[in-house]
Ligand binder design. Structure first.
Ligand SMILES: [Zn+2]
Length: 74
């Protein structure tokens, strides 16, 4: 069914974003600026991570909506 397929796709997307997050986190940990207090508020990796976090949240909301929609059909 179409809805189930798109849920799978969205979950794949979330996994990809989470992989990206992990790479950024490693990158972030290796930066000198991030060893300072509050350093991460200035680092690029952190900004990117925040953006990815938002995306993941959006996608997870969508997955929830779609899941609810499929359950209603039963
Ligand atoms: Zn950082």
């Amino acid at each position: 069914m179409v809805i189930i397929m798109s849920i799978d796709k969205l979950e794949e997307e979330v996994e990809k974003l989470q992989d990206e997050m992990e790479l950024l986190e490693e990158n972030c940990d290796s930066l000198d600026i991030c060893k300072e207090d509050d350093g991460c508020s200035k680092c690029d990796a952190f900004k990117k991570m925040e953006a990815i976090n938002l995306k993941i949240e959006e996608i997870e909301n969508k997955i929830e909506e779609l899941t609810a929609a499929t359950e209603e059909e039963d």
